[in-house]
Design a protein around this ligand. Structure first.
Ligand code: MN
Ligand code: MN
Length: 453
């Protein structure tokens, strides 16, 4: 009997065949990353995927039958994928997997366009927690929608194709940075300077705001929009980079938006590929990065409505069904970074390559704001994961009192559902280009599959 707890390195224990499964699995993941850079695109991409294997759209109020494969598209930004099982739902409850598909980015303001020094810029308001200096001098793409008064919606994606232009935020040259270098980072990098350069050719025959007018003329020709149409637009600037392997051994993947598509993808593959009699509800959530607010965030009552529809359709008591349900809140955690070792407590942190990481609690300053899963629920999960030989680990976000963070876990648990956080450890989380170990991504798939069995 081993009396001590030790993490295991997945690659070290994997034979050639397992290493190939890990690498092959992540080829699919990289495609998923590149095809969906925003919550809307990820939802659209996932709808295509589930429809291709027979899932049908669900309308609230419709009866759900055992064996149904359904999806509910919440305003194009959130998705509920439902596998209606044959097991006794009052006794077994619903197995819930939830990951979010919004990521930190720069959103355009509603009146974004201005001209200065013969250059046209778009003003932004950042979304989620970012280090502002990360977003300077990197290629940016613009994704999103412009909703028009006639009810139509114009889809925008500029900057992803090799032939596309990109957008750009300037930075001051080091030769003139003596003053800025003495400031704090918070003082030195101002949100109102995060303006995207979008044009530099003046419209002919104009003398005031000629560059701005030139840009508007091009946008009108391409998309049929005017400056006023930005009022009802959601346009998001994201890094114009693709997911790439990192390292000569290709152990890692770097990408924009691992948080939290690195959990969304395993959630989807586990849901679609696992044989189970259980009822499984797999959720892609929006607005996690700004507190899960609004009607596409996980604080919305919609999850309760969908659970009620399931209980009603099965003819069981909804309160009993919820009490017996369980949830993995699949969100990333901070991976141990040796360059910033003192920011972590190295007995209680997720290490890259050592598996999907369970966070019993998140929060800040004495677990405040945390779900803090019960010991009994974690014990049950330990048994489930061990039975399927899943290599996983435990962790917490970082050193106590250094900072903290939250997830959607507490909003699910509020429905009287046992919930715990489990996700892939990420290095450089919330940077424009984040890093994960491929072994951990595949470990997440295995863990989520074991959970819904
Ligand atoms: Mn997250
Ligand atoms: Mn995040």
């Amino acid at each position: 009997m081993d009396l001590t707890y030790n993490r295991k390195n997945i690659y070290a224990l994997a034979d050639e065949a397992e290493r190939k499964r890990i690498a092959d699995y992540c080829e699919g993941y990289k495609t998923f990353l590149d095809n969906g850079k925003t919550e809307r695109e990820t939802v659209a991409e996932t709808v295509k995927l589930v429809e291709s294997v027979g899932y049908k759209p669900y309308t609230l109020g419709d009866k759900i039958n055992k064996g149904d494969k359904l999806y509910y598209n919440n305003r194009g930004k959130g998705l509920f994928i439902l596998r209606a099982g044959t097991a006794d739902i009052a006794k077994c409850g619903v197995r819930i997997l939830v990951a979010h598909v919004d990521s930190p980015r720069l959103d355009l303001k509603q009146v974004p366009l201005f001209e200065k020094a013969d250059m046209a810029f778009l003003k932004t308001h950042y979304y989620g927690g970012i280090k502002k200096y990360h977003w300077l001098t990197i290629p940016l793409a613009l994704h999103g929608v412009v909703a028009l008064k006639d009810g139509s919606v114009v889809n925008v994606s500029i900057g992803e194709k090799d032939s596309d232009p990109v957008f750009y935020i300037t930075d001051l040259l080091p030769h003139l940075s003596q003053e800025i270098n003495t400031k704090t980072i918070a003082e030195g990098f101002q949100a109102e300077n995060l303006n995207l350069l979008v044009g530099g050719i003046p419209a002919s025959g104009e003398d005031k705001d000629a560059v701005k007018l030139g840009v508007l003329a091009l946008l009108n020709r391409e998309y049929g929009i005017t400056e006023e149409d930005f009022l009802s637009a959601e346009l998001e600037a994201v890094p114009a980079v693709k997911a790439r392997d990192v390292g000569v051994d290709r152990a890692f993947v770097a990408s924009y938006g691992h948080d939290d598509r690195v959990c969304a993808y395993p959630e989807i593959t586990a849901t679609l590929q696992t044989e189970t009699e259980q009822t499984v509800l797999t959720i892609l959530a929006d607005k996690e990065e700004i507190g899960s607010e609004g009607n596409t965030g996980m604080q919305c009552i919609l999850i309760r409505d969908i659970l009620d529809e399931i209980a009603k359709s099965y003819g069981v008591n909804a309160a009993v069904m919820r009490a017996n349900s369980s949830c993995l809140s699949a969100d990333v955690t901070a991976g141990y970074d040796p360059a910033y070792a003192s920011s972590f407590e190295d007995k209680n942190v997720g290490f890259v390559g050592k598996g999907v990481t369970m966070n019993k609690f998140t929060g800040a300053r004495g677990k405040s704001g945390s779900n803090d899963a019960s010991a009994e629920f974690i014990a049950r999960l330990r048994a489930v994961l061990e039975k399927d030989n899943v290599i996983w680990q435990t962790g917490e976000l970082g050193r106590v009192d250094l900072g903290g963070g939250g997830t959607v876990a507490k909003f699910i648990a509020n429905n009287n559902i046992d919930t715990v956080d489990m996700g892939v450890p990420v290095l450089s989380m919330h940077a424009p280009y984040e890093l994960v170990s491929k072994a951990d991504v595949y470990s997440a798939h295995k863990a989520f599959a074991a959970f819904i069995k």
